[in-house]
Structure formats: structure tokens, C-alpha cells
Design a protein around this ligand. Structure first.
Ligand code: MG
Length: 272
């Protein structure tokens, strides 16, 4: 750079050095307020600095992956979280390098751990090429608490009763839309489930479920009528507060992978 060209730049630097003070201390932002109204039924002000903070959870860098506080029920490699539903022995489903496949005739599988309110992620794929039709094509199911089925079915160009297609609350509520992939391609369910509140056989609050099917909302906080039944009307009976998650063996070679679950903490509720 020639001297003549550099002079304005030098002048500007000198001027800047003279006119901008060294990093002035900045006032700290308040981390809350106590001069605000109280929230109804709660011991907290709006923006209360003393309101407990939620725990830190590290999300996955991979879409659909398990966050840091999830229980990974199936990572593609081992079935240590599962047993055969009809016994205590290890599941007799086919375990490959990265997925689990239903083996017809060997029964359902259930988690060793029991759950109530949960967030659940499951990926599944129906057999290809598809065979048969209606409920006979790629049928399996996610049974929350071993009772409430979110249907798994190859519902790609496969007419069946609406409350029996993929992501239906079986026998009760069809999905809002049908965003299924082609047979053989992986689908995902993200399920938010609130267990029923019972006092014996009296229902204090029914179970509720929200389902995202391949990222698309298909069940929006639906009240469940009772444990899943076929060809009958569901109704509640006494049940435990927590129970195993079950994957259904309907005799079709449906595949599963990347199954993780989070136990949901009780939410703070206002007093009446
Ligand atoms: Mg089923």
C-alpha cells in the first residue's frame, strides 16, 4: 500500500482509538422479577427468579436419535431390555446388524422395565414386496402399557377400516392423515402418552395420546376409550400405574429399529 493511500486509514484508526472508550462495564441483565403478578394457583411470580429450572438434556445431533436422558430400548444390536411376553426368556425375534424383525408364531415381546407417562420413538418398516391386504398386510403394533395399541400396518394403498390403519388408536380413532412411506421404507412414530389415572376400576382421567407419524401429527391429544380390543367396544378395567411396553407379533415380518423412551416427569399444576 502506498503512503498516500494508507494515510486516511491511519487517521481513522487514530481517531477510533481516541473516541471509543475501553470496554465499559455493562449493567447485568436481571434474571427475574418479583414485582410482577402472581401466576394463578402457583407460588411463582411472572418471571420469578426462584422458580426451579428444568434439568439439562443434551439432544442428539442426528434427527430421531435418543436424547441424553432417554432409555435406549433397542439400538440395533442387543435385546437386553426385552423378554418374550409369554415368559421370561429372551425374545425369539430375528436380530440383524441394525434391526429387529418379527418371527411369526413366537409371540409378542415386552420391555423388562415398566412405564407410565412416556415419550416414545419407534422406527418400523413393513415387509416388501407386500402380500395380502387389509389387516393381513404388515400388521404389528405398539402396545403402550401392554394395553393401548398404536397400530402398525402397511397402509400404503391398502384399504382397511379407518380405525385399523397405521397410527390409528386401534378400534377407536383413525389418524388425521396418512403420511406412510412405501412398503419396505422406514417409518417413524413419536408418541406422547399419558397413562390413565385410576382408582381401582374407576377412571379419574383417561389415557391420552399424541402421535407424530413420519413427523406429521396424526393423533392430537386423543382420549383413549380403554385397553385395545378387537371387534368390541373398549372400556377401562383396573390396571397398574406402570406396565411394560409391548411390540405385537401379528405373524408378519415387520422390522423395528431405533427405539427409545423417556419417562415423563409430573408437570406442575395450579391449585384449584
Ligand atoms: Mg396390530
Amino acid at each position: 500500500m502506498k503512503i498516500a493511500a494508507a494515510l486516511p486509514l491511519l487517521f481513522a484508526v487514530a481517531l477510533t482509538a481516541q473516541t471509543v472508550p475501553a470496554a465499559a462495564p455493562q449493567p447485568e441483565e436481571p434474571v427475574g422479577y418479583t414485582d410482577t403478578p402472581m401466576l394463578p394457583g402457583l407460588p411463582w411470580h411472572v418471571h420469578d427468579p426462584n422458580r426451579p429450572h428444568p434439568p439439562i438434556v443434551t439432544p442428539t445431533p442426528t434427527p430421531g436419535g435418543a436424547p441424553s436422558d432417554a432409555i435406549v430400548l433397542f439400538n440395533g444390536h442387543d435385546l437386553s431390555h426385552w423378554h418374550s411376553r409369554n415368559g421370561t426368556e429372551a425374545p425369539a425375534w430375528k436380530l440383524t446388524d441394525d434391526y429387529l424383525e418379527v418371527v411369526p408364531g413366537v409371540g409378542d415381546i415386552a420391555t423388562n422395565e415398566k412405564f407410565g407417562d412416556v415419550q416414545l420413538h419407534v422406527e418400523w418398516a413393513s415387509p416388501t414386496p407386500p402380500t395380502s391386504n387389509s389387516q393381513g398386510r404388515g400388521n404389528s403394533g405398539i402396545f403402550l402399557m401392554g394395553r393401548y395399541e398404536i397400530q402398525v400396518l402397511d397402509s400404503f394403498s391398502n384399504p382397511t377400516y379407518a380405525d385399523g390403519q397405521a397410527s390409528a388408536i386401534y378400534g377407536q380413532w383413525p389418524p388425521l392423515v396418512n403420511p406412510i412411506h412405501h412398503p419396505g421404507e422406514w417409518n417413524s412414530y413419536d408418541i406422547l402418552f399419558e397413562a390413565p389415572r385410576m382408582n381401582g376400576d374407576k377412571v379419574l382421567r383417561p389415557a391420552y395420546v399424541t402421535v407424530l407419524f413420519n413427523g406429521v401429527l396424526v393423533q392430537n391429544h386423543r382420549a383413549i376409550l380403554g385397553p385395545t380390543v378387537h371387534h368390541a367396544l373398549a372400556h377401562y378395567v383396573a390396571q397398574p400405574a406402570e406396565d411394560s411396553l409391548v411390540l405385537q407379533n401379528h405373524g408378519h415380518a415387520v422390522r423395528y429399529r431405533n427405539i427409545w423412551i423417556r419417562k415423563l416427569p409430573a408437570q406442575e399444576e395450579p391449585k384449584e
